[in-house]
Design a binder for this molecule. Structure first.
Ligand SMILES: NC(=O)c1ccc[n+]([C@@H]2O[C@H](COP(=O)([O-])OP(=O)(O)OC[C@H]3O[C@@H](n4cnc5c(N)ncnc54)[C@H](OP(=O)(O)O)[C@@H]3O)[C@@H](O)[C@H]2O)c1
Length: 450
């Protein structure tokens, strides 16, 4: 019998992982006994070995704390003049767990562990009996200070790593982000290309495409040199790489070296790590992108830049869960080494397509009015500046954030060839994922009427 511990299980991605693992058990039960899991998966990824019951899936859920009126979703909604339903749950100040997330976990029947990443004693205690750790919790809240983000994304990760290495646990799956990559001009020389001549007015020349592979350089790791989220996610991943390297030195990087026997027995101290870098995730339980897309349809501003042709690799949350379980199994089988890094990102989708999915849902015409890129470049500094004055406007915070402004100008591919080369196949098309997210967010299609 084995146990898995998931952090961030009330979040968008973590809740899909919990659901996926619970689903794998259901599949097993349906075929009965020791029969092969008839897991609802198009490429037949089985669940984790040894999990027998939903109670073997332990999910960290933050305690509810008393909140002042100032903290509530209603306040953000009021300030931003948007309906409560459109306020992304992630924009609720840190410390308030998502009610929807907890309800889903309760429905799944998994074991809820109440606590926070800052609670070292709790993590040490819980991990004593855990075999696999999936670390998804992070402060992704755009309005957080550097210190708040550092506490969750770096110190929280360190607490969990320390508890993991002190436990009998074998496997640590870390959730990092493509935000670690350097998007500067210097990096473009190594990881960029110019492709596809674009002929529209304002787009003369070739499209700039960043093609981030796992070996592309990182952006800065110093406070103040980049947005807090990017810096703290880099520092968090760096810690995991450090722990992985220490164990690889001691035991070999997986089954291939000295570690083979140790890891198989799971008792002599070998620890296996895999690092996953997620591209933007869009779809069900989306706390940010889908609400922001709908919001943007409500404002009378041009939504497209340069014809909306720039593209970005997006992934459905269920595919992230599938990929993380797939990599965990590969590592346990010794088919990849401990400490390896994998991008997880699916289809490249243009902004024009993204808006057309939203328009399709609301049975409207997709936006067509676009501003040329050279005008956008002129107003970009103003947009960045304006963002400071409307900290609670979700649309402005999301679409005028430094990374989003970059996305409007260049195409970003988060190259997942390494993952695909192992046989992984993405299963959920982005259009379907966006429509699912919209159905959940606004089932009665009322948000665009207000
Ligand atoms: N979604 C994306 O587009 C994307 C892209 C790249 C990487 N990622 C990474 O994927 C992971 C999951 O992201 P997500 O989109 O699912 O985020 P999310 O929906 O905001 O969920 C974050 C989760 O972390 C929990 N959490 C935050 N601070 C915590 C703390 N101090 N202690 C314990 N739990 C804490 C939250 O709990 P509450 O429910 O209580 O707030 C929530 O369960 C993160 O590591 C993120 O950096 C996401």
């Amino acid at each position: 019998m084995a146990k898995v511990f998931i952090t961030g299980a009330t979040g968008q991605v973590g809740s899909h992982l919990a659901e996926y693992l619970a689903g794998s058990l259901k599949g097993r039960k349906e075929v009965g006994g020791s029969g092969k899991p008839r897991y609802d998966d198009p490429v037949g990824i089985p669940g984790l070995p040894g999990l027998e019951s939903e109670k073997d899936i332990l999910c960290l859920v933050r305690p509810r704390r008393r909140v002042t009126r100032k903290d509530t979703v209603e306040r953000i909604s009021e300030k931003a003049s948007v309906p409560v339903a459109s306020v992304p749950v992630g924009s609720v100040p840190v410390g308030i767990p998502s009610g929807r997330g907890v309800a889903l976990l309760e429905k799944l029947g998994v074991k809820i562990i109440t606590g926070d990443l800052s609670d070292r004693d709790l993590l040490f205690e819980v991990l004593r009996k855990v075999d696999y750790v999936f670390h998804l919790a992070a402060n992704v809240y755009v309005y957080s200070s550097f210190d708040d983000m550092y506490r969750a994304n770096v110190e929280g990760t360190k607490n969990l790593l320390d508890a993991f290495v002190a436990s009998k646990g074998r496997l640590f799956v870390h959730t990092s982000s493509i935000i670690v990559y350097d998007t500067s001009k210097k990096a473009f020389k190594l990881c960029g290309s110019r492709e596809r001549a674009v002929k529209t007015f304002g787009n003369i020349g070739a499209e700039k495409i960043f093609d981030f592979r796992e070996d592309c350089p990182w952006g800065p790791v110093e406070r103040g040199k980049d947005i807090p989220y990017a810096v703290t996610k880099r520092l968090g991943e760096r810690l995991v790489l450090k722990y992985a390297a220490q164990y690889a030195e001691r035991y070999g990087a997986g089954y291939g070296g000295l570690g083979r026997q140790n890891a198989k027995q799971g008792k002599t101290g070998q620890k296996l790590f895999v690092i996953t870098r997620l591209g933007p995730v869009v779809g069900s339980r989306d706390r940010q992108m889908i609400p922001a897309l709908v919001e943007s349809m409500r404002v009378p501003l041009p939504r497209l830049v340069g014809g909306g042709r720039t593209r970005i690799s997006l992934t459905a949350p269920k595919d992230v869960a599938r990929a993380q379980v797939f990599l965990a199994l590969k590592l346990l089988k010794g088919e990849i080494s401990s400490g390896e890094v994998f991008n997880i990102a699916n289809e490249m989708v243009s902004f024009r397509e993204l808006f057309s999915f939203v328009a399709e849902y609301y049975e409207r015409k997709p936006p067509s009015f676009s501003i040329p890129r050279w005008i956008f470049r002129l107003v970009k500094p103003l947009l960045k500046f304006a963002r400071r004055f409307v900290p609670h406007n979700m649309f402005i915070q999301t679409f005028f954030s430094p990374s989003a402004l970059e996305y409007l100008e260049k195409s970003y591919s988060y190259n997942s060839d390494k993952l695909r080369s192992l046989g992984f196949r993405f299963a959920v098309p982005i259009r379907e994922s966006v429509l699912e997210g919209l159905r959940e967010l606004d089932p009665e299609k009322k948000m665009l009427l207000k």
